[in-house]
Write a protein that binds this ligand. Structure first.
Ligand SMILES: Nc1nc2c(ncn2[C@@H]2O[C@H](COP(=O)(O)OP(=O)(O)OP(=O)(O)O)[C@@H](O)[C@H]2O)c(=O)[nH]1
Ligand SMILES: [Mg+2]
Length: 426
């Protein structure tokens, strides 16, 4: 969603660096024919990390750049020189950013702490230079290995504010005024609905204790279905430990505070069980307005036993001290917020896909495709017997041969795998 300049969900493409190719070269000494092999290894590709940054408030900056690629490794050199590794890429995101794979929706990580670095895509390994293929039998290998190529991946970044307390209530009830009184935050305050258009965070300090409060845009009836600005912002209070429900007790907008309170709770419930279950304290604001006293009495009578109720006047700050103390003691009873851990740790790598598929083309050739083929192409050198042996072994182990037979492939039929074409032998 993007409201004004606030962006809390974006899709970007990330890619770790490719590994550099290994070098295939021979020592050159003036006046002599080529001597021994001396091709060095290619460098490793750079990794991609996400890094938590407490000073970022949203994902706005990602609207201008959608591709984030780490540097590739350099090719190996002659004289056994290693290729330089590609530089890692560190992508800064606000705290509370969930990273998901775009295609599968799978959660990759939750960037939760300031400075936390999470590896999400591993750079490809460099290929080996020809010098590394020297054996007792093979003195002059005339081939080298290619670097591992890695694929780009589409990921979705979704930010959910992390705060101890979420301030909720109808528009214009004084949520932002309250936040500005109890913290150093300077949210926009005005006498009309939907003054606040994106979440504001404020740190509330009280002697040696503190907590973070989040002020979100006002909610209205139907918010859970998207009325007003509500729905999209409700998720920003899902990662809070408790809610501070602000009610305009003066009823100055011809509204009934009790009804207001019930309507908002109904919206929370409709949006998610998580929100409905969060502990709440009630703030009855605008106690300075004529008529507030009477409403407060009725409100306390109805809810005084079930909830802690704090009458305040946010504009003057009256009653806020008791409120802060009340919130702090409630927070003491509640567990701390925890990051959402993916079921299994996961990162993109060059070998994350060794699958294959086979189809028969119009000439009757069996064509094998997929990640497995890419891997084979990198490691197999045509016309080299050792290499071809390895190739056949992999085909057998990975079930390619079995699958070909199953499809009716017979001795003598042509099979095509990457650059290799051969006659099928069982
Ligand atoms: N009389 C009186 N007015 C108040 C009090 N607190 C806030 N207001 C006024 O109420 C109006 C709305 O205040 P905001 O803090 O912007 O309200 P909000 O709940 O953040 O509103 P939205 O961001 O639109 O949801 C402003 O004109 C404030 O000056 C109070 O304690 N007493
Ligand atoms: Mg506001």
């Amino acid at each position: 969603m993007a409201t004004g300049e606030f962006t809390d969900k974006v899709r970007i493409t990330i890619k770790a660096g490719d590994g550099g190719d290994g070098m295939n070269s021979f020592k050159a000494i003036k006046g002599k024919p080529a001597c021994g092999p001396d091709g060095g290894d290619g460098g490793k590709g750079g990794d991609v990390y996400f890094v938590g940054d407490k000073d970022m408030n949203d994902l706005f900056s990602f609207r201008f750049t959608s591709k984030y690629f780490a540097e590739d490794g350099e090719m190996g050199g002659s004289n056994q020189c290693f290729g330089k590794s590609g530089k890692n890429l560190y992508i800064k995101v606000p705290l509370g950013t969930l990273v998901r794979d775009y295609d599968t929706g799978r959660l990759i990580c939750d960037v939760f702490e300031d400075g936390e670095q999470i590896l999400v895509a591993r750079g490809g390994n460099g290929g080996k230079g020809n010098v590394r293929f020297t054996t007792a039998r093979r003195h002059a290998p005339n081939f080298s290995q290619k670097g591992e190529k890695v694929k780009p991946h589409s990921v979705v970044l979704e930010m959910k504010v992390i705060a101890d307390v979420g301030l909720i209530g109808f528009p214009n009830v004084g949520k932002s005024t309250l936040l500005s009184k109890i913290s150093a935050a300077k949210p926009k305050i005005a006498n009309y609905h939907f003054t606040t258009l994106s979440p504001n965070l404020g740190v509330v300090r009280y002697y040696e204790k503190s907590f973070v409060a989040a002020d979100i845009p006002g909610l209205i009836e139907g918010a859970a279905q998207g009325a007003g600005l509500g729905h999209d912002f409700l998720r920003h209070i899902e990662r809070t430990r408790m809610l501070c429900h602000v009610v305009d007790i003066s009823g100055c907008e011809e509204r009934d505070p009790i009804e207001d309170f019930q309507k908002i709770n109904a919206e929370l419930k409709e949006y998610s069980e998580v929100l409905a279950k969060l502990p709440q304290v009630i703030v009855c604001n605008k106690c300075d307005v004529y008529g507030a006293e009477e409403n407060l009495k009725a409100f306390k009578k109805k809810y005084g036993r079930k909830y802690k109720i704090y009458p305040i006047t946010a504009v003057t700050g009256e009653g806020t001290r008791e409120l802060i103390e009340g919130i702090l003691s409630k927070l003491d009873e509640l567990p701390p917020l925890e990051p959402i851990r993916p079921e299994e740790s996961f990162e993109y790598t060059a070998n994350d896909n060794l699958e294959f598929s086979i189809f028969r083309d119009e000439d009757g050739v069996y064509v094998v495709e997929g990640g497995l083929v890419d891997m084979l192409c990198r490691n197999v050198v045509l016309n080299n017997p050792d290499s071809m042996q390895y190739f056949q072994k992999v085909l057998r182990l990975r079930g390619v041969i079995k699958e070909l037979s199953k499809m009716g492939c017979q001795e003598g039929d042509t099979v095509s795998i990457g650059e290799v074409e051969f006659e099928f032998v069982l």
